[in-house]
Design a protein around this ligand. Structure first.
Ligand SMILES: Nc1ncnc2c1ncn2[C@@H]1O[C@H](COP(=O)(O)OP(=O)(O)O)[C@@H](O)[C@H]1O
Ligand SMILES: [Mg+2]
Length: 225
């Protein structure tokens, strides 16, 4: 199986009153195609930092991030922005939808930014919304949606540009147990059917059954369970 995402000896520290506090400590990680990998750990252990480095939102202090075998650390700003838009998809704790856009417009916007044709974007949006059980919500504004529906839109949006890797930071944190399970099941299904990789950081131990592998982030390192 091909590795879509690989982190090699990643270290990241933050300045803390004049001293550097190490959050990620020579950490290694791999996610192959078709895999949904979970990372758990207590609050403050560095999960969001890990996800931000893996998703090229934050530079590591040292180490390498490879996306489809390509090191992203040496890319320029513009190239990196392009990679983020086309090859990576992000899902956060709250869906972060744009309040004045209808559901289908949220999806078409990201396709538009990536230069996908209007026809193709409309077609993809329709397909993804169908798969997420949201066809009847196509023309709704975010304020009319439930929390679970918003997260489903966020997943669809993250998939719009057909990325290699999906990143989800506590995607179930704002949902009740049943809705949380729904969301992770849908994410898992998309990962399998479309042969994506996904990395999900979570507090929510109930959803781990849907993940292929589980890591614990502890003292700056990932330990596979
Ligand atoms: N930009 C930053 N500047 C300084 N410290 C940070 C920054 N981001 C995170 N930290 C610190 O790094 C630690 C890990 O944070 P985070 O990755 O958000 O953990 P988690 O997501 O597991 O709760 C925390 O102690 C946090 O205060
Ligand atoms: Mg966090």
């Amino acid at each position: 199986m091909k590795n879509r995402l690989e982190l090699r000896a990643i270290t990241r520290s933050f300045e803390d009153g004049g001293t550097a506090r190490v959050i990620l400590d020579k950490l290694d990680f791999k996610a192959a195609e078709g895999e949904l990998v979970a990372v758990i750990g207590p609050s403050g252990s560095g999960k969001s930092t890990f996800l931000s480095v893996a998703g090229a939102l934050l530079e590591p202090s040292s180490g390498e991030v490879l996306l489809d075998g390509e090191p992203i650390n040496r890319m320029g700003k513009q190239e990196l922005a392009d990679v983020r838009l086309r090859k990576l998809g992000f899902i956060f704790q709250s869906a972060n939808l744009i309040p004045y856009l209808k559901v289908e417009e949220q999806l078409r916007l990201v396709a538009n930014l990536a230069g996908v044709s209007k026809t193709k974007a409309a077609e993809r949006a329709r397909e993804l919304l169908d798969q997420m059980g949201l066809s009847h919500r196509r023309t709704a504004y975010p304020e009319k949606l439930s929390g679970g529906e918003r997260q489903r839109v966020a997943i669809a949006r993250a998939l719009m540009n057909d990325p290699s890797v999906l990143f989800a930071d506590e995607p179930t944190a704002s949902l009740d147990a049943a809705r949380g399970l729904d969301i992770v099941q849908m994410l898992a299904r998309q990962v399998k059917e479309r042969n994506k990789s996904a990395v999900m950081v979570t507090h929510d131990e109930r959803v781990l059954a849907w993940c292929d592998r589980v890591y614990v982030l502890e003292n700056g390192k990932l330990i596979e369970q």
